[in-house]
Design a binder for this molecule. Structure first.
Ligand code: HEM
Ligand code: HEM
Length: 166
């Protein structure tokens, strides 16, 4: 599918961006309850009702992320994305593109390795857990870059992920 020229992000793209960001934040904050429950099942010990609830939530929130990301990738290929909000050094545009596609790769790979950890082999759990530092580093760089563009370069980059313009 070819990318169409876009003037901004659509309401659907913006809703998906922020919904997925919130759900990922939930997974990063409370994911350890899933580890606690998995470890307890192996050792035959019991867990608190809170850990059990958070582990169930981890499963369903994770599957929701996977479904929303599948939709988001289809919408992205169909509606495209606007060109950089301001002209900067070419390495910056390349870095932005790489980080965005890395996000999409992580958003698919992390839930899939979570599913493999439950249904195929425990060893995928270790790979899955690496998603935590990977997401944290990428989100920190991404959020700082967005704030730098909005408030230092003042090119409206953050605004266009808040206000639809198509
Ligand atoms: C983007 C989505 C997801 C994120 C960000 C995420 C994040 C995390 C985090 C931070 C942990 C704790 C790692 C630790 O203790 O250091 C974890 C554990 C775990 N998650 Fe996820 N998760 C996601 C989706 C899923 C899905 C869809 C499933 C399965 C349906 C799943 C299954 C598990 C399992 C089984 C563990 C325990 C791994 C182990 O210790 O062996 N996760 N996840
Ligand atoms: C888990 C958290 C997040 C994820 C997974 C995520 C993911 C993404 C992805 C994949 C894109 C590229 C959209 C595309 O062109 O296809 C994007 C764009 C964007 N994100 Fe995030 N994001 C997250 C959090 C944030 C936060 C916290 C901010 C603000 C501080 C932010 C601000 C933006 C902005 C302004 C854009 C548009 C960039 C542009 O138009 O060049 N994101 N995000």
């Amino acid at each position: 599918m070819t990318e169409k020229p876009a003037t901004g992000y659509s309401p659907l793209q913006i809703s998906l961006h922020w919904a997925i960001a919130l759900l990922v934040l939930f997974q990063l904050l409370f994911g350890e309850s899933m580890t606690t429950v998995v470890d307890a099942a192996e050792e035959g010990t019991s867990v608190s009702a809170t850990d059990q609830f958070l582990a169930n939530s981890h499963y369903w929130v994770g599957l929701s992320i996977l479904a929303l990301v599948a939709l988001r990738i289809v919408v992205r290929l169909w509606q495209g994305a606007p060109p950089a909000a301001s002209e900067g050094p070419s390495w910056m545009e390349v870095a932005a593109k790489i980080s965005h596609w890395l996000f999409y790769a992580l958003l698919v790979a992390v839930p899939v390795t979570g599913l493999l950890a439950i249904y195929v082999s425990d060893s995928f759990g270790d790979i899955h857990a690496l998603g935590k530092p990977a997401f944290i580093v990428l989100i920190a760089i991404h959020a700082l870059a967005a704030l730098f563009h909005q408030f230092w370069i003042k090119d409206g980059t953050l605004r266009r992920m808040l206000v639809p313009s198509r």
